[in-house]
Design a binder for this molecule. Structure first.
Ligand SMILES: Cc1ncc(COP(=O)(O)O)c(C=O)c1O
Length: 403
């Protein structure tokens, strides 16, 4: 059977991690892997998670099955966190939520649901987008198309081109949009641009598929959900994939959820039965441990307050490093060309240089980034910012000018 299988090329991020680990250089810098890092370079367990976890373990009386939908209290808290307590879709019982294994699980269940409902629908994804979107969404057989989103050379959104392309999408197609902190570009739509996109989705009968993996990393839990809430209010149907990997630091516990909005409560019941059926047919039911911790943090005010403080601290650290790196680059180059790093959102920005420049930064300066020149700003620390800025000035700035 397996004689047919040729060896696949390993995921490039894994190769990058291996190269980084093998590099003996003392001042090497990892801007590659997409996880938050504190000032010591660690990806910490949040204090609120430690406390909630202890209480969860102490109170646990069984490891029996939890069911395909996951924890009810987790799902309803997730819905409230994303949509707010008074959202019309919740009041009208049009929202249904399924706990999933991380945001990836939510994206895949969402894709399978689209496939079950409309096998011929195209999913439109941004160019560029997170590398896992294509395998997760396309892996179930759906056709993907790309809409223009960002120009890495000018560091600007290609908003008019995006609207023009989506204007030609067929009614019933889905449009995947990063809800905040776009990965890999850090460039988000402005509130006015979100309104224009919502107009277009509504007018053309397109179904938004919103990917919310960084709620709280942009501005705050509330502000980062504003676009989702607005869009979902304007359209009859929508999907929202939610991840708590980053904002609760629960990466390996696989905590996420899929919210699906339907036209009315009866439709929503039918859709929910399909969501459950899909989950059963892929992984049966989601892991419980991380969701039990998350549900406790959402439900208990002292834990929730502590979470929001820790989340604020993670966001502020990244924003500080964005400002610091942009400032050092301005000082080193005498040019404002890198100010986009300061104004973009979330963990990532694209430096906007060639693969060759990325390679030189790795081989000569021991600075590790993915080949599209995505940098994880959480890898910047006050002690390495000057080193990185000087290397970027030497390599990236030269490359930007075609040297
Ligand atoms: C844009 C985007 N969507 C979804 C995810 C899903 O993350 P996870 O499955 O780890 O929760 C990520 C994680 O990096 C992401 O960057």
């Amino acid at each position: 059977m397996f004689q047919q299988l040729e060896r696949l090329i390993p995921d490039s991020i894994l190769g990058l991690m291996a190269k980084y680990r093998a590099d003996p250089f003392k001042h090497k810098v990892d801007l590659g892997v997409g996880v938050y890092r504190d000032l010591s370079g660690n990806t910490p367990i949040l204090e609120c998670v430690r406390r909630a976890e202890r209480e969860v373990l102490a109170a646990q009386t069984t490891k029996s099955y939890v069911g395909a939908a996951g924890r009810e209290e987790f799902n309803s808290a997730l819905e409230e966190l994303v949509l707010g307590s008074a959202h019309a879709t919740r009041r009208d019982r049009r929202a249904r939520t399924l706990q999933t294994p991380g945001g990836c699980g939510a994206l895949r269940v969402g894709a399978e649901l689209i496939k079950a409902a409309a096998a011929g629908a195209v999913v439109h994804v941004s160019d560029p987008t997170w590398g896992n979107h294509a395998p997760l969404l396309g892996g179930c057989g759906l056709k993907l198309e790309r809409y223009p989103y960002y120009d890495a050379a000018t560091h600007e959104l290609r908003f008019e081109a995006m609207l023009q392309r989506l204007q030609t999408a067929s009614a019933g197609d889905a449009v995947l949009i990063h809800a905040c902190c776009h990965n890999p570009t850090g460039a988000d739509l402005s509130p006015a641009q979100w309104q224009a996109v919502a107009d277009l989705l509504q007018r053309r009968g397109l179904v938004p598929f919103l990917d919310l993996a960084y709620q709280g990393f942009g501005a705050s839990l509330e502000e980062d959900a504003a676009a989702v809430r607005m869009v979902v209010e304007r359209v009859p149907e929508a999907l929202i994939a939610v991840s708590f990997s980053k904002n609760l630091g629960l990466y390996r516990e696989r905590v996420g959820g899929l919210i699906v909005i339907s036209e009315n409560a009866a439709r929503a019941d039918a859709v929910q039965s399909h969501m459950l059926h899909i989950a059963r047919s892929i992984y049966s039911m989601p892991p419980d441990h991380g969701a039990a911790i998350a549900a406790k943090i959402f439900a208990e005010p002292p834990l929730r307050r502590e979470w929001i403080q820790e989340l604020d601290a993670m966001r502020t650290r990244i924003q500080d490093m964005r400002s610091l790196l942009a400032k050092r680059l301005q000082e080193v180059t005498g040019d404002d060309a890198f100010d986009f790093i300061r104004t973009q959102h979330g963990m990532f920005s694209l430096l906007g240089v060639s693969r060759e420049a990325v390679e030189r930064l790795r081989e000569e300066h021991h600075i590790y980034m993915t080949s599209d020149s995505r940098m994880n700003l959480a890898g910047i620390m006050p002690h390495n910012v000057s080193y990185v800025a000087e290397a970027f000035a030497a390599e990236a700035f030269a490359a930007e000018r075609g040297i």
